[in-house]
Design a protein around this ligand. Sequence first.
Ligand SMILES: Cc1cc2nc3c(=O)[nH]c(=O)nc-3n(C[C@H](O)[C@H](O)[C@H](O)COP(=O)(O)OP(=O)(O)OC[C@H]3O[C@@H](n4cnc5c(N)ncnc54)[C@H](O)[C@@H]3O)c2cc1C
Length: 481
Amino acid sequence: MALSRRDVLRWAGAAVAAGGTVAAGSAPAAGGTVAASGAPAVARPGRWARLRARLAGELLVPGDDGYAAARLPFNSLFDHHRPAAIARCARAEDVQRCLEEARRGRIRVAARGGGHSYAAYSTPHDGLVVDLGPMAGIDVRPDGTAVIGAGARLGDVYAALAAAGRCLPLGNCPSVGIAGLTLGGGLGWVDRALGLTCDWLRAARVVTVDSRLVTASEDREPDLFWALRGGGGGNFGVVTSFEFATAPAPEVLTVFRLRFPAGSAADVLGAWQPWSAGAPDRLSSTCVVLPDGSVDLTGCSIGPAAALLGDLARLGVDGQLEHAEVDYPTATAIMTQGHPPRNAFRASSRIADGMWDDPAAVAGTVRGKDSALLIVGALGGAIDRLGPTDTAYPHRGAPTSIEVFGTVGDLPPELVTHEVDDAQSALAGLVGTGTYINYLDPEQEDWAATGYRHNLPRLRAVARRYDPDGVLRFPQAVGAR
Ligand SMILES: Cc1cc2nc3c(=O)[nH]c(=O)nc-3n(C[C@H](O)[C@H](O)[C@H](O)COP(=O)(O)OP(=O)(O)OC[C@H]3O[C@@H](n4cnc5c(N)ncnc54)[C@H](O)[C@@H]3O)c2cc1C
């Protein structure tokens, strides 16, 4: 059945709201970066007056107008994080001054891009937020290169690139920051066609903890450049801007949704995984598996509907199909709809290394739960055009990402945490132990070994070189033990 644009916008919003991409949190102590000594310093008013005088941007401390709103992270489970100060950096020199002050005072410090860290690591309790928000310029050059300030949000990046007829593979939520997304890899709704966001990075301007402003690229600071492509936000320095190559925006795309009723998840997952792994690269898709065993399969195929319909004919399970052939800005609007401005949630991740033997057991990990659901995304395609050590993102070759997501809503947070942990532990035995580092779960013990895998030793060496005293350290930093 063909849909009007309005219909498609409505259902896509519903699907994403049901299971978009997620976040998780933990106890207050887990948030924020730690001082070099491990002991957080207490904020002293004189320090902030001195820093304020040296910044081109604003410095907000408790009691200032704007502090109460500026301190809030995306995940409202972490609203108890109260930073000692928030520096709204207007230029790279502001970032340099902040890191000088953090080193000198041995205070917790963390960069903030879009503020969507699952555990609010960009909002350190009692620490200094280096907020890149004001540095959000986007310059698309005639050769297609895009220079993007580290405070830019995906919605603005999509719009600026599309206006120039260009695109990048980006994520599903417009308020996520380009910084965190890129530094952790960057999965999205055209990733099988175009790869990860970080695969398009050509250079980054970075303030290192000793307050040098450096350029990282294949030729300059190559180890740092390697680490910035999937090594996780917050680990090696503060990026002030990114330079990306971009692709021409596709002229025609087909977005689709297939709905399957309660109890069908085992059959759908059994058919979908080999189908999605063998699908042409132009086709990306995601299954949202609900506790009643119903499945929402949504996706996007670059090109006309006829090609997608041929692909879907090979899926082998029948669902209620809706689809629409649209231009690139419309596809972007559809695939990024439905996210609330803030949310309280818990989430965790597993990467499947191969085809699963028991799809019923995979679906069963959330059967009957109150909150937890699975967001099962196809990997492969262009993501695998690079090898597992070419960038810090280690999961090249894996066919599937599974995110366990639980909205807290009116439920006790502990119940949702338990449900998410339970499903994630069961999945480890069913699909493999890999973890996507952008879905960093503070409750997950094996996050470092499973998030970075074979790249962990090299990442730790880069972290030791660029941050020998652990100025940027936080509970799940690459250098944390
Ligand atoms: C609603 C929602 C939807 C999402 N959708 C997707 C998706 O489609 N695809 C996907 O791959 N991921 C997705 N994610 C996960 C997302 O990629 C990560 O949470 C990411 O880290 C968020 O980046 P941010 O800049 O918004 O967050 P922030 O909280 O600002 O930063 C995240 C981490 O990076 C550090 N950091 C931030 N800026 C810088 C900088 N300039 N230099 C160095 N370190 C920095 C922070 O200190 C923190 O540790 C989603 C998350 C949410 C909450």
